[in-house]
Design a protein around this ligand. Structure first.
Ligand code: NDP
Length: 392
């Protein structure tokens, strides 16, 4: 018997709510709350059992605390935007509720991807005997668990990690992002950082690229090195890592559009004065771009996301690759979303299930790789994100 409050009725929220809806034996009661209640109601229609919907501004801590005290859930699944993370953690502490999210906190005015703000909640969650699980999406999320799984089962010491995120899908639009455009563009245009010999090394955004051939005929793509938040926690929790990098695929047309938008200032995150009113260019751009939710029926092809880990086993060098391939069309068929929302929403549901079943437990703030990877890996196979581990 357990009750969850899901916050955020966007692309990811829709998948999380539907996947939780498929498991009434774990998620006995579901409340879906967001800034716009009509979006929650539309998602609730897709779920074949009663779901309570609520309007809430998650940045208003007293309002959210009152909502949590009214519903008394066991867990909050935060799939609103990264800007809300700290406010939702504050409300969870006030109301005595466990917490899970899929993306680290970001201040609105600086595109920083750091866990420091959320790690500072460690003592407060510990004191209240509550658990906060950070980054339970695909990347971060599954990529952290993949690394922990390889570390646990195949290596005496892991030394190099390459996380490779390929989206081989095509939506036929000249320019669109697969999840919230503001968050997506902030991430891609940020300075690149990778881990090498005990420190993060900075390089210009998208300055390093290589070609990568995915398994199972997903195709060959250009992948670009960029910073991604899980590098911070993985290099902390696996100190034997000498090098850790994150790579993502982008098509030439996408990059050309992005370059032009950047050059004309449309990706700026600071306010500019326009006709006497302050606007933030990237927020205006978001309003013009296709809603990621509308790409679901249009997107064809697969994602292929995984971790290549090099290390030592019995004195010999070994390289293992663990990956998942997810079909955009199959995701749409099941939950009316493309694979980017699907690959984020399913791990959020599984992370929540781990906590509610007590398979993952503790007081304080945790990253995914600190937990036993095995039950999570089993559930990926059961609930829509099967994986394979191969030797390279
Ligand atoms: P969307 O923009 O589609 O949805 C965000 C939702 O949050 C919207 O429904 C929005 O409400 C709601 N929201 C925003 N602000 C508030 C607020 N103050 N109070 C209440 N609700 C609010 O984003 P996505 O679904 O694409 O992404 C959701 C999260 O998932 C993001 O944090 C993103 O970074 C993360 N993510 C993680 C990935 C991973 O692999 N780890 C991959 C992809 C995404 P409204 O619509 O009414 O404005």
């Amino acid at each position: 018997m357990s009750k969850v409050v899901i916050i955020g009725a966007g692309g990811v929220g829709s998948v999380v709510a539907q996947k939780c809806g498929q498991l009434p034996e774990v998620f006995t009661e579901i409340v879906l709350a967001s800034r716009t209640k009509s979006k929650c109601d539309a998602i609730a229609e897709l779920i074949g059992r009663p779901v309570v919907t609520e309007q809430v501004d998650a940045d208003n801590v007293p309002e959210l605390t009152a909502l949590l005290k009214k519903h008394k859930p066991d867990l909050v699944i935060n799939v609103a935007l990264p800007y809300q993370d700290l406010h939702i953690m504050d409300a969870c502490l006030e109301a005595g509720v466990n917490y899970l999210d899929t993306a680290n906190y970001e201040p609105l005015d600086t595109a920083k991807f750091e866990y420091k703000w959320q790690w500072e909640y460690q003592e407060r969650f510990k004191e209240k005997g509550l658990m906060a699980l950070l980054g339970s999406g695909f990347d971060p999320g599954v990529t952290n668990v993949f690394t922990a799984y390889l570390n646990k089962h195949y290596f005496d010491e892991i030394q190099e990690l390459n996380i490779i995120d390929v989206n081989g899908g095509d939506h036929g639009q000249p320019f669109a992002t697969n999840f919230n455009p503001e968050i997506n563009i902030r991430e891609i245009t940020a300075e690149c950082r990778h881990w090498e010999d005990g420190k993060f090394v900075e390089t210009p955004a998208m300055s390093e690229k290589q070609s990568f051939t995915c398994p199972e005929e997903v195709g060959t793509y250009n992948i670009y090195r960029m910073y991604h938040e899980e590098l911070e926690s993985l290099t902390l929790h696996f100190p034997t890592l000498k090098k850790a990098q994150f790579w993502m695929s982008f098509g030439d047309s996408y990059l050309k559009h992005l370059e032009v938008l950047q050059n004309v200032g449309m990706t700026r995150i600071d306010p500019v004065l326009f006709e006497g009113k302050e606007i933030v260019p990237i927020q205006f751009l978001k309003a013009l771009l296709p809603d990621p939710g509308s790409l679901g029926p249009l997107t064809k092809g697969n994602t292929c996301i995984g971790c290549v880990v090099k290390g030592i086993k019995d004195g010999k060098e070994l390289t293992k690759y663990v990956y998942n391939i997810c079909s955009h069309e199959a995701s749409y068929e099941e939950v009316k979303s493309q694979a980017i929302s699907y690959t984020t929403g399913v791990p959020a549901m599984i992370g929540a299930k781990m906590m509610l079943e007590g398979k993952w437990a503790g007081s304080g703030v945790f990253n995914m790789e600190q937990m036993d990877p095995d039950p999570f890996m089993d559930d990926l196979n059961k609930y829509g994100l099967p994986w394979k581990a191969v030797t390279l």
